[in-house]
Ligand binder design. Sequence first.
Ligand code: HEM
Ligand code: HEM
Ligand SMILES: [Fe+2]
Length: 459
Amino acid sequence: MRYRSQSVAYGYFAVAMVLFGLQLVFGLLSAAKYLGPDSLLYILPFDVTKVVHTNLLIVWVLTGFMGATYWMVPDESRTELHSVKIAYIQLILWTLMGVSAVVGYLFRYGTGNKLLEQPLPHKIVIVICMLLFLYNVGMTIWKSRRFTTTEGVLVLGLGLAALLYLPALLEYENYTVSIFYRWWTIHLWVEGVWEMIQGGFLAYLLIRLSGADREVMEKWLYVIVGLVLIAGILGTAHHYYWVGVPAYWLPIGGIFSALEPLALIGMAIYAYSAMRRSGLAHPNTLALHWTIGSTVFTLFGAGLLGLAHTFPDVNKWTHGTLITAMHGHAAFYGAYAMIVLAMITFALPTMTPGRSERGSSIGYWAFWMQLGGMFGMTLSFATAGIAQVYLERILGMGYLDVQLKIQVHFLMLLATASLFSVGVGLFIFDFFRYAPRFDVGNEKQPTLRPDTVRPAPIS
Ligand code: HEM
Ligand code: HEM
Ligand SMILES: [Fe+2]
């Protein structure tokens, strides 16, 4: 840790870990309901467990983004944070908002707009927290007079994410209009500005972990962000196919969203080549696993599995089925869960003395069990989804009859989700097992990799 104020990140990471664990409890509950009998039907029905599951996901990932930003910005701008106090007030307000929203959902207090179910008072608190956050980060950079491209991309992504939340504050009478604007938030978040956030963290981690040349890394970051925006903005139309808007959105959605994987391919190549070409090796190889893993899993979950159902001719069969859940899990996990876990793994050794910088074997088990578990979950949703589409949409069987036929895939889902949950449990255990202590100036520097040391020339 180079600056004392970076320690606020620990609080954010700790909250994120607890909410991540809770998210999985509600995921397992939702999955169990597919198998029945559902003894909680009248207390916690599927719609409630699913809302809690997805909202906790969004809250913990955003908490992780905030913590990781508070860690990274002082490092990049070479200064202390503008205000540690604001950062803690924001964390308390944010956590109270998240927890009370979840409690509210249990009592059916929500707006029913998928992923944006937060009631208006909660939405206003979210906006206040974002303003506090952006002000604190902005002032830090302003006062330091040092602004790197890497943090620029991150902060721009965060600022635009806050801006794109604004359409979610409005209510629309007409359902088509409501759906139309809902995607301005959801789609432009996950396939636009959150990818900038992921790109910012990725560049920071690669520069730190592989010693890659900053100028080269930042040049490629521009290219990736450009590709994300070119394809991602008009790619929103892949959600407009069946919502009651004019038919010209069909080709626009198909063509532009099909270009989106280009940026994700770029990101994976970017990470791989940085790792291959650089001459320095940072001791924290576990963080490198999470970093490279994030780009590869994003390419799989978002790039490949997104492309699989993005054309109108395919989407007319798969829309709103378990194929969507297949893609939603793999993409969200690869892009946003894994990049947060990478930042945590990178930052943690200097905030919790006693921990090995290379990562413990528990840390590696956590990594591989999560990866294997999430891969298995994706396949379970995929096989269930393919059978569902065929039986329900092609053969015309009733929804509930089909659900009975695909139960076997939910057994596989529960098995693989259990493996995944053990992996997450190990990560959380590893996180909390060393007490935090915030000593300044104790970070490890990368060393020259042995394979790059060339023999002296023969004279
Ligand atoms: C990291 C990036 C991504 C994440 C986190 C993500 C996540 C999601 C989620 C959660 C949904 C369900 C949303 C809802 O119904 O409310 C969804 C839907 C969808 N995504 Fe993605 N996605 C990503 C990238 C992509 C890409 C690159 C493509 C295309 C190449 C794509 C294609 C689609 C399509 C077509 C749907 C609509 C499915 C339907 O009709 O039911 N996604 N995505
Ligand atoms: C123990 C692990 C997990 C289990 C058992 C689980 C299970 C489920 C189930 C059953 C649903 C409802 C699907 C439907 O609407 O039919 C769901 C939705 C969802 N889950 Fe999970 N989940 C788990 C972990 C995760 C993780 C780690 C993430 C992301 C990082 C995630 C992201 C999502 C998303 C985005 C949706 C909404 C998908 C949509 O509506 O299309 N889940 N989950
Ligand atoms: Fe989308």
